[in-house]
Design a protein around this ligand. Sequence first.
Ligand code: AP5
Length: 219
Amino acid sequence: MIILFLGPPGAGKGTQCKFLADRYRLRHLSSGDILRRERQEGTDLGKQAQSYMDSGRLVPDDLIVAMMRQEIGAAADGETSGVILDGFPRTLQQAQALDQALRDDDKQVDVVLNLDVDDDKLERRITGRRSCPRCGTAYHVDFNPPRRANVCDRDGAALAQRSDDTAAVVRKRIETYHQQTAPLIDYYGHQGTLQTVDGNVPIEQVTRSLSAILDGCNR
Ligand code: AP5
């Protein structure tokens, strides 16, 4: 099963994907997390991506498509029931390249989950986010705080703030989303795979709506 997750920055894609991946035995592939890992390891790709990420622009399509093709190929094994792609594709070119790559392997996108959140909520969600550098779990200082301030519930690591989670970069990321990623809503709408969920409500409520959709797909 191949699931895509669409939504603006801070919509809650990573938060929900972690839960869905556990519940439905899916491999969670987040293009942002993979790029941050490449940066941490100091690879050529990580160095090339840095200035784009720090300024809230998209990393060029050719780099991303090559990276994600490799990751999706490596994720195909018997231990999971599929993959959930978080943050990829993000442009029409990336979506077309993904469709072509899947067709070459006799596969297709099964469902596209689109998390709809009002712009005025996104900045507060992102600037209040703290993440675990070890396991990637995202918290929020007000909406989803850890049990002990600044410490991950899962593994006790000190939480960190992403360098692109500043108010100025967030505004650019939201603008980039509307210009380059929002057109994918129509693209997948025409393909008949799109399911839109209200992401303005509390985390648990969003999880229930998404689970109802995936339970329907598994029936
Ligand atoms: P990426 O890492 O993908 O960032 P993003 O899309 O901007 O998404 P975020 O991770 O910020 O948000 P999220 O939706 O996962 O929200 P979260 O669950 O954490 O990309 C970073 C950069 O990498 C891009 O700018 C680009 O440069 C590059 N890049 C990545 N992919 C690329 C691609 N395909 N092509 C080109 N470039 C690419 O939640 C946010 C906060 O809100 C958390 O604190 C959480 O606790 C809280 N929260 C979540 N849900 C709720 C809720 N329902 N109510 C209240 N609070 C909530």
